[in-house]
Design a binder for this molecule. Structure first.
Ligand code: LMR
Length: 397
C-alpha cells in the first residue's frame, strides 16, 4: 500500500528548527519558529500559567472527557477576551468550540464551512503562514490568494487586496489575520481595516479571522479590534484563535473556534455541526490547557498577573524591533530600516534572497525561514549586532 509514498521535504518552518537543533555551533541563532523567547533564549512558562496549573492539579479529581465543545469556563472566558466589551451582547448569536490549538480551530472552521457550503472559495493573503493552505484545503475549501505585500517597500499593498475582494463572489470566505501578520509583520492600520471590512460587508463575503497573537502586538484590545468591528457590522463572522503564544501554552494545544450567526437558533445549529465535525476528527478537545486558561481568566489576581506578563513580552518584541533597526542602520549607513519598528508581533519578512538565507545558515549559523521570515524574539542584546551586520548587505531597498 505505501510503496508509492515518497519522503517529503521538511516543513518550511519546523524543518528549520530541526536543523537548528542539530547545529553544534556556539554562535547559532534561531529566528525560525514563532515562539516567544526571553533574553537568555528561553521560552518560559508564564508565572500565571504555573500558578494556575499547580492549583488545577491540586483540585482535579478526574480526567474524564470534556464535553465536545470543551470546558464551559474556558469558552466563556476566551469569548470575552476576544470580543471585549461587546461580548455579552454578541454571546447569544455565537457558537464557541474549544479546539486543539489554533490549527485545530482553523481546520474545524474549514470543516464547518464545507458542511454549510461545499466548494466554498477562501482567499488568503500572499504571502501567508504556510500552514493556512493545507489546513483550509484539507477541510474541503478551495484556496486562492490575493496580493498583500510589497517586499521591497516592506508595505501592505492595499489596493490589489481590495480589488480581489471586490471581484470575489458573495459567500467567498476571506481569511484575515487580525494582528501581527504572519509572516510579514505588516498589518493594516485602522483606516485600512475599515476599507477592507467595508468591501467584505458590501460584497457579502464571510470574514474568517485568525488571531494567534492577541496581546503580542499593541495590546489585547487593539489586537482584536478588527474582529470586534466585523462582529458589529456583519451577520456572520468566523474566528480561529490560539492560546499558544499569548499564554505560552504551545504544546498543550489550546485554541477555539468562534462563529457568529444571525441569531441564537443559527448559533445552536452551527455549534451542533461543529461538534459533529470535531467528533469525526478527534472526538473532543484535550483538557489541560483549556482548564489553565479558564482558571487564569476567572481569577482576577491571576488575570492581572497574566496581562502584565503579556504586556512585558509585547514590549520586548517592540524593543527588539527598535534594536534590530538601529543595528542595521549602524551596519549599513544610510539604509532606512524603520519599517521594522512599524511592524507588529513576532515576525518580519526581511526580503533576503533564498541564496543568502542558505549562506547565513551554512556559514554563519543564523536560522530563518527560506522566505527570509524572522522571529524577532530569537534576537537578543548579545546577538543582534552580529545578525544585523550579516543580514544588512542582503536587504533590498
Ligand atoms: C510559526 O509560524 O512559526 C508558528 O505558528 C509555529 C507553526 O506551527 O508554524
Amino acid at each position: 500500500m505505501f510503496e508509492n509514498l515518497e519522503t517529503l521535504p521538511p516543513d518550511p518552518i519546523l524543518g528549520v528548527a530541526t536543523a537548528f537543533r542539530e547545529d553544534r555551533s556556539p554562535d547559532k541563532v534561531d529566528l525560525s519558529v514563532g515562539v516567544y523567547k526571553d533574553r537568555s533564549g528561553v521560552t518560559p512558562v508564564m508565572r500565571a500559567v504555573e500558578k494556575a496549573e499547580r492549583a488545577l492539579i491540586e483540585a482535579q479529581d478526574t480526567k474524564v472527557y470534556l464535553p465536545p465543545a470543551g470546558a464551559a469556563g474556558f469558552r466563556e472566558g476566551i469569548f470575552s477576551l476576544v470580543m471585549g466589551d461587546g461580548a455579552a451582547a454578541l454571546r447569544p448569536r455565537a457558537a464557541v468550540i474549544q479546539a486543539p490549538g489554533g490549527c485545530g480551530a482553523l481546520r474545524l472552521g474549514a470543516e464547518l464551512i464545507h458542511r454549510a457550503a461545499p466548494g466554498t472559495r477562501v482567499l488568503l493573503s500572499d504571502p501567508t503562514w504556510p500552514n493556512h493552505g493545507p489546513l483550509l484545503s484539507g477541510g474541503g475549501l478551495r484556496v486562492e490568494s490575493h496580493r498583500y505585500f510589497d517586499a521591497t517597500a516592506h508595505r501592505l499593498t492595499l489596493q490589489p487586496m481590495l480589488d480581489a475582494l471586490e471581484a470575489a463572489q458573495a459567500g467567498t470566505v476571506v481569511l484575515l489575520q487580525a494582528s501581527c501578520h504572519n509572516p510579514t509583520g505588516v498589518e493594516p492600520d485602522q483606516a485600512q481595516w475599515m476599507q477592507i471590512l467595508e468591501v467584505v460587508a458590501s460584497r457579502r463575503l464571510v470574514p474568517y479571522f485568525d488571531i494567534a497573537y492577541q496581546g503580542l502586538g499593541d495590546d489585547l484590545d487593539f489586537d482584536a479590534w478588527p474582529i470586534r468591528e466585523a462582529a458589529r457590522r456583519m451577520p456572520e463572522v468566523i474566528v480561529a484563535l490560539s492560546c499558544s503564544k499569548n499564554f505560552g501554552l504551545y504544546r498543550e494545544r489550546i485554541g477555539a473556534l468562534v462563529v457568529l450567526g444571525d441569531d441564537a437558533g443559527r448559533a445552536r445549529a452551527i455549534e451542533s455541526q461543529a461538534n459533529k465535525a470535531a467528533r469525526a476528527m478527534y472526538s473532543m478537545p484535550p483538557g489541560h490547557g483549556g482548564l489553565i486558561v479558564e482558571r487564569i481568566l476567572a481569577d482576577p489576581a491571576l488575570a492581572t498577573e497574566w496581562r502584565a506578563e503579556l504586556a512585558t513580552m509585547a514590549a520586548r518584541l517592540r524593543s527588539l524591533r527598535e534594536l534590530l533597526a538601529a543595528a542595521i542602520a549602524a551596519a549599513r549607513p544610510g539604509f532606512d530600516a524603520s519599517w521594522l519598528t512599524r511592524q507588529r508581533g513576532m515576525f518580519s519578512l526581511l526580503g533576503v534572497p533564498a541564496e543568502a538565507v542558505r549562506q547565513l545558515r551554512e556559514e554563519h549559523h543564523i536560522y530563518m525561514g527560506l522566505d527570509s521570515r524572522i522571529n524577532v524574539a530569537g534576537l537578543n542584546e548579545d546577538n543582534v549586532e552580529r545578525v544585523a551586520r550579516l543580514v544588512a548587505p542582503h536587504l533590498a531597498g
